[in-house]
Write a protein that binds this ligand. Sequence first.
Ligand code: ZN
Length: 479
Amino acid sequence: MKTTWLIALVLANSAATAVAYVPDDAWTTTASGRVSAGQGATLTWGIAEDGTTISGEDPSDLVSYLDDLFSETSSSSDLTSRSWFSVFQQSVDRWSELGGITFVYEENDNGSMVGGSAGRLGQLADVRIAGSYNDGPSGTLAYTWLPNNGDMVIDTGETSYFSRTASDYRTFRNTVMHELGHAIGLLHIESDTSSLLMEPYINTTFDGPQLDDIRGLHGLYGDVYEKAYSGQGNDTAARATSLGLLSSGGVLGVGLDAAGDQAVAATETDFVSITDGSDIDYYSFSVDTPLEVSLTLTPRGGLFQQGVQGGTQSTFDANARNNLSLAVYDSDGSTLLEQVDLTSAGGAESITGLQLAASGEYFARVLGADDSVQMYDLVISASAMLVALAGDYNDDGLVDAADYSVWRDSQDDIGGSLAADGDHDGDVDLADYVVWKNGFGSSSSGSSPLAVPEPVATLLAAFGMLFARHRRRALSRGC
Ligand SMILES: [Zn+2]
């Protein structure tokens, strides 16, 4: 199956499922092995030598064409040293950094026909790029076979177009990046309200894949973190994607470049998605002081008009494709601390005021209830956890004589009010007096300690009495 990128009028495509980006099939087998749905895949790419047969075309003349176009003097067989090589390298790198595909350059090419041979490591790339004079200036810029083929043919009659140097050869790069979109399994989409890379007509007002193009990449191969751990992804706490250290007043986040409309700048790389109903994304964050944390999970993708090529457009809400839920797990990765699934698809989920008293690593888990791709962002913020002041039994932010009174009136009050249980052992006894005594004069505002307790003599007398009372009781129990 062959898909062309035209700048002239094109005919309607066949109807496709309404998922905004228009997917064909993802790769199932590459030179690097089998590909599982929604999991990352490695695709080798390379450039066919001039003279290589192309299915249905004249033999490739891409290398000599580009050498002329870029006034290249090198004739080395190592194409990576060519001045024009970076157009391709930047294009494959951009797709690679945005999601589950990893493009790797294959320097070997056994010369078999372009558009008809499967990739083999060390011999032939999965995606081979060739060139042939197609229809000259205008019309077709390039075309690409869909998976599992992925070969690309560039129209070597587009000299004035591809020689445009503006924005680092953006016209040429957008052509190549669009064709790579076909190579990974995306078809054309049209939108009256947004500008997307996978539209049938070239647009150079933006650089590379736009939001829905990236969503398409995620829908077929998952987000960039699905490539972690040799393609096992971040589906378990043990393989969580680390977001770093969370400090008081600090904020951590992931997926933050997906907010807003479909426009994506070439510098933006932070996009994550739940791929389908079986995908689970774990993130870890560490805490080294008691914190009160809040997490917000917001579905992203945008609202825009879309339709298949030549078809009727409709409003599409990419924010509401999958009902996401959010959970936080303790440092063991399995003890659930809190879980929320209060909203339906399109609604944000929040956990607020979760107190994490112990230092360590914690885990946030995102999963979806539905079998469709959903972009999102996750933001985790923290404030200092208010820790009770030791010995402040009346909770007024000051450890003073009034707290002694609370202790005195509740000591031995097992099972009743434990306001004066300073050592948190379930009773109010002498040890809690010691907590009060040690904390005497301190305040939650950090101001200087109070003067030495005035009623020292009184307190010590009371202490002595109590001690005596306890002793008597102890003795009587001993008899
Ligand atoms: Zn196209």
